[in-house]
Design a protein around this ligand. Structure first.
Ligand code: 13P
Length: 287
């Protein structure tokens, strides 16, 4: 059964580790992440962007697929199904469809409007026991065609949103989606510390987990980050493994073209990436 992300994140915050959010794109992705979490005894959050939701034929299809897998694969670790960077309407649709967690990304609105919409979603998710992630300060980089500037959040605005009663809070601290440029200045730990000081024990969320050096991940966790989002890294490892298979001509040997064979190396590559991240984030054995 899907669970809200609240309990797993509060435990992670208290225990100084982070739960990974891994974005899903299809059946192979979902199966690879769920099996790895189960093998490692780790809680996990499956992230679905609005674009990925559309690609997978709508939120109802995603809920059906994930619930089916939890049952058929015998998954017993805590799993949350979470809307990633949702619009207000997208969050409502996911609540209706059976997601156990949603993000409302109001970071591009003036703070008053972000507060107003987040407040309404605190009420709607609270009634149903669904966890809610809010965002202050846009995360840089490109996601689903939306390019953010990589802002650094205002800690007082973070406090205003946290005080509404959200479950977890994403704040821009110089992080971006996708690969980091050569000249990236790194995470703003001063801002992160200030945000946590003002928000008390609020679990903080680090987006753009791909390519952040290990020491920065560990420091971010020590300062209150309890959820780390990873997307691009699984895509890159899947693509590289698939490329190797095809370049070796394996799809032309025997029944190597069978999708169950063709997609197998990419599937294993996602599993390896997820394992590596769960070990780094410290969530192994924390289910
Ligand atoms: P990356 O694609 O950089 O790993 O970021 C993922 C993310 O933050 C999803 O919200």
């Amino acid at each position: 059964m899907l669970v809200s992300a609240k309990e797993m994140l509060q435990k992670a915050h208290a225990g100084k580790y982070a739960v990974g959010q891994f974005n899903i794109n299809n059946l192979e992705w979902t199966k690879a992440i769920l099996l790895t979490a189960q093998e490692l005894g780790s809680p996990v959050i499956l992230g679905v962007s609005e674009g990925a939701g559309k690609y997978m034929c709508g939120y109802g299809t995603v809920v059906g697929m994930v619930n089916g897998m939890l049952k058929e694969l015998g998954i017993t670790v805590p799993v949350a199904l979470h809307l990633d960077h949702g619009s207000y309407e997208g969050a409502l649709a996911c609540i209706e469809a059976g997601f156990s967690s949603v993000m409302f990304d109001g970071s591009h609105y003036p703070i008053e409007e972000n507060i107003e919409k987040t407040k309404e979603l605190v009420r709607l998710t609270g009634e149903r026991g669904i966890s809610l992630e809010a965002e202050v300060g846009a995360i840089g980089g490109e996601e689903d065609g939306v390019v953010g500037g990589g802002e650094v959040a205002d800690p007082n605005e973070c406090k205003a949103i946290a005080d509404l009663g959200v479950t977890m809070l994403a704040a821009g601290i110089g992080n971006i989606h996708g690969k980091y440029p050569e000249n990236w200045a790194g995470l703003r730990f001063d801002t992160l510390a200030e945000i946590q000081k003002l928000t008390g024990d609020m679990p903080l969320v680090l987006h753009g987990g791909t390519g952040i050096p290990e020491d920065m991940i560990k420091k971010a966790i020590s300062l209150g980050v309890s959820k780390i989002n990873v997307n691009t890294e699984c895509q890159l490892s899947f693509a590289a493994a698939t490329r190797t298979y095809i370049e070796a001509g394996k799809d032309l040997q025997g029944k190597g073209f069978d999708p169950r064979k063709l997609l197998a190396p990419g599937f294993e590559a996602i599993k390896a990436t997820v394992k590596e991240k769960m070990e780094l984030f410290g969530s192994v054995g924390k289910a």
